[in-house]
Design a protein around this ligand. Structure first.
Ligand code: PGA
Length: 252
């Protein structure tokens, strides 16, 4: 099955309002006519302003995180309902920065996955090993644990709303990228986990993104791998000039 390539920009905690709006405007212009799937995830406070720029374009609005609970007394949290209300279509969950900086565990991430699905949001579920895991050879085992717990209770029908982002933690923001072969090996194993948990059909259909220092220089080789269906881009998504070429490779 030919899967549509998917390129997502995770802006993390960067930019001011004027910069966010300018970047969104630039991307709308640059990505016009390209045929892959595109998403940008600005900081919460700029979601609305960015949405106004991209709402009639081929770029989807994403959020970088979300609360695990419904509206109510949860100081500082942002709910799925609120995100939907301002045009968000998809949410990144389980990013390693959430796991390690904000102590999110697999149980909480699974709760967020269900909350997103309940509110009809798509999900990019992030998984990935630390460099210490890779050194001792447990990369695929770690990824499998994160997939099994992240997707616990998710039905095969709901799985259609989920993409997985394989992001080796040692490659995020470090300039060190997994080689296309290293990334392909893990992507193939992620797909086989989905085949075992669901079905070969579900495994064939699911989109698996690579993340970790993907840029205009290495994207083409990574995207050429059979099981790499796109990218979750941090640093290189912060400028139209560096994000656009990746989007173009994905559109080929
Ligand atoms: P990076 O970030 O491209 O800056 O490595 C990727 C990510 O964290 O999603």
């Amino acid at each position: 099955m030919a899967r549509t390539k998917y390129v997502a920009g995770n802006w993390k905690m960067n930019m001011d309002k004027a910069g966010a709006v300018a970047l969104a405007k630039g991307l709308v212009e640059n990505l016009k006519g390209l045929t892959a799937k595109y998403m940008i995830a600005p900081p919460f406070v700029y979601l609305d302003a960015v949405y106004q720029e991209i709402k009639d374009s081929n770029i989807i609005l994403g959020a970088q995180d979300m609360a695990a609970t419904e509206n109510g007394a949860h100081t500082g949290a942002v709910s799925a309902v609120m995100l939907k209300d301002i045009g968000v279509k998809t949410v990144i969950l389980g990013h390693s920065e959430r796991r390690y900086e904000f102590y999110e565990n697999d149980t909480l991430i699974n709760k967020k996955v269900h909350e997103a699905l309940k509110n009809d949001l798509d999900v990019v579920l992030c998984i990935g090993e630390l460099s210490s895991h890779r050194i001792v050879g447990v990369t695929e085992r770690i990824c499998e644990i994160q997939i099994r717990s992240g997707l616990e209770g998710v039905t095969e029908e709901q799985l259609a709303k989920i993409s997985i982002a394989y992001e080796p933690v040692w490659a995020i923001g470090t300039g060190k990228t997994a080689t296309p072969e290293e990334a392909q090996e893990v992507h193939a194993s992620v797909r086989s986990v989905i085949a075992r948990l669901y079905s070969p059909k579900a495994a064939d259909a699911i989109t698996i993104l690579y993340g970790g220092s993907m840029n205009a220089g290495n994207a083409e080789a990574l995207l050429a791998q059979p099981d790499i269906d796109g990218g979750l881009i941090g640093g290189a998504s912060l400028k139209a000039d560096t994000f656009t070429p990746i989007c173009q490779f994905a559109s080929k």
